[in-house]
Design a protein around this ligand. Structure first.
Ligand SMILES: CC(C)(COP(=O)(O)OP(=O)(O)OC[C@H]1O[C@@H](n2cnc3c(N)ncnc32)[C@H](O)[C@@H]1OP(=O)(O)O)[C@@H](O)C(=O)NCCC(=O)NCCS
Length: 189
């Protein structure tokens, strides 16, 4: 006999609901819940500017059957200049799982959904990992970029030798050539 889930029994992945939606189609309450999840999961170390970096693209949400948000991640389009080409990168942002529901595969579920979107819509995936996230991404085939990085900023190309390298997915980029990403307010990577 299957034991019914209670509030203190971990739920199986099948009991949760995975949904993807563009920012424009997500309900304001759903976005507000995701913003609040960032504060919880990053322990207050997630700014409003960080949040805006994850808007304007596709979100993946995992809710439980009662509608509580358990996990979130988003992928937005950015331009990567590399070896004479301008590539459409799906940049992953705002990946977080409720602290009491981590290590149950929810982060992997979010990444699976975002990787499907990257595969269908972008030339490559890119992200800037937290220490906690890096292991998860590596397990999903993301690799640390070993070449130089920089940005095309308001004053032209700026090389960023001290920047922590991003991780890439399905990129095939050549580390002999620098990766220049588009400029944005806040952290460029
Ligand atoms: C990073 C983060 C998103 C990972 O989410 P998660 O739901 O714990 O991820 P998963 O459960 O899919 O995988 C994490 C680990 O749990 C393991 N795991 C997966 N399902 C499991 C299960 N049912 N039971 C036990 N372990 C499990 C995975 O194998 C993985 O193990 P590993 O770290 O030893 O490789 C989460 O820790 C988080 O929100 N951290 C704070 C915010 C953050 O740093 N976000 C990333 C920003 S780049």
């Amino acid at each position: 006999m299957t034991t019914p889930s209670t509030s203190d029994t971990p739920r199986t992945a099948e009991e949760n609901v995975l949904r993807t939606a563009h920012t424009a189609d997500a309900a304001p309450a759903e976005l507000a819940a995701a913003r609040a999840l960032m504060d919880l999961a990053f322990d207050g170390d997630f700014s409003d500017e960080d949040w805006t970096h994850g808007l304007g693209g596709m979100h993946a949400f995992v809710h439980d059957r009662e509608g509580t948000l358990l996990a979130h991640g988003s992928v937005v389009q950015r331009r990567v200049l590399h070896n004479g080409r301008s590539l459409r990168a799906g940049y992953v942002e705002a990946v977080a799982v409720r602290p009491d529901r981590q290590r149950q595969g929810l982060g992997g579920q979010i990444m699976g959904a975002l990787e499907g979107i990257i595969e269908r819509a972008y030339d490559l995936g890119a992200l800037s990992p937290s220490d906690e996230g890096e292991k998860l991404y590596r397990a999903h085939g993301w690799v640390t970029w070993t070449g130089r990085v920089g940005t095309l900023g308001p004053n032209g190309v700026e090389h960023m030798p001290d920047e922590d390298p991003p991780m890439l997915w399905n990129s095939g980029l050549d580390p002999a050539h620098p990766l220049l990403i588009d400029w944005r307010d806040g952290d460029v990577f």
